[in-house]
Design a protein around this ligand. Structure first.
Ligand SMILES: Nc1ncnc2c1ncn2[C@@H]1O[C@H](COP(=O)(O)OP(=O)(O)OP(=O)(O)O)[C@@H](O)[C@H]1O
Ligand SMILES: [Mg+2]
Length: 232
């Protein structure tokens, strides 16, 4: 079964999802600052590159050179892929019209033009922030996700959490639109001696998946999921 899956490239996590993401699915990775959203998204991109796929990484936060440097720091040589299999694009979310236009209207064309099999938007919550009204955001995001579904690529959207609820995305929207939801969070024991990171696969449409909460660490930029361990 796992051959038909699109691996994120993080072993324990792929296992929890029955081998990986379902091809063509939209996956939301939701977490507070510093939980590793960008790191997870980069693993997904690198896994694709290693398999000879074309990938697009759209960053709303960090510049292209910094994204490439992160990858380099992890010991991944992106040189042979740059400008060919690997496209890293920085969008400026402060320019509302440009950002909306690029993501909404140009991304689908870009995906087919580049024959991208994997696409990341990191973080999609900055794109959602652009809408003043909830009703506009909801309508536009529904449309946007619908357009993405027509593409033959697997998509990872990262999102910051709601400021009052670490279990929900910033606008409480993307978890409903995505097919798969992975939640990253901090776990602080009551004695406050230590902080751990924990992840769970909250939802996976049309697929069995683990419902366990598993600890993970980021060491030298690599994600290690401890599937044998328990958080609680
Ligand atoms: N190369 C690295 N070496 C060691 N630790 C790292 C490395 N890269 C990331 N980390 C650790 O992983 C954490 C998460 O980083 P990452 O940028 O992926 O989080 P994020 O959820 O995208 O954060 P933000 O919401 O600020 O964008 C960092 O705070 C750091 O502790
Ligand atoms: Mg990030």
């Amino acid at each position: 079964m796992s051959e038909e899956r699109v691996k994120i490239g993080i072993e324990g996590l792929d296992q929890m999802m029955g081998g990986g993401l379902i091809p063509g699915n939209i996956c939301a990775i939701i977490g507070t600052y510093g939980t590793g959203k960008t790191t997870f998204a980069l693993e997904f991109i690198w896994e694709g590159l290693k398999k000879g796929e074309n990938v697009i990484y759209i960053s709303l936060e960090e510049r292209e050179d910094r994204i490439l440097r992160y990858m380099n720091d992890k010991g991944w040589d992106t040189t042979p892929y740059r400008g060919r299999a690997l496209s890293v694009l920085k969008l400026d979310p402060s320019d509302f019209n440009l950002a909306i236009n690029s993501i909404k209207n140009e991304l689908p064309a870009l995906v087919s033009q580049l024959g991208a099999q994997r696409v990341v938007i990191d973080p999609v919550s900055l794109f959602e922030d652009l809408f003043d009204r909830d009703s506009d955001r909801r309508r536009e995001m529904f449309r946007f996700v619908d357009t993405l579904r027509d593409q033959r690529c697997t998509i990872v959207l990262t999102s910051e959490t709601d400021k009052d609820n670490p279990f929900a995305s910033r606008h409480n929207l993307i978890e409903y639109l995505a097919d798969t939801v992975i939640l990253l969070r901090y776990v602080r024991p009551s004695d406050l001696t230590d902080v751990h990171l924990a992840l769970e696969v909250v939802k996976m449409r049309l697929s069995a998946h683990s419902r366990e909460i598993k600890p993970y660490e980021i060491q030298q930029g690599q994600v290690l999921v401890y599937t044998e361990a328990n958080v609680f």
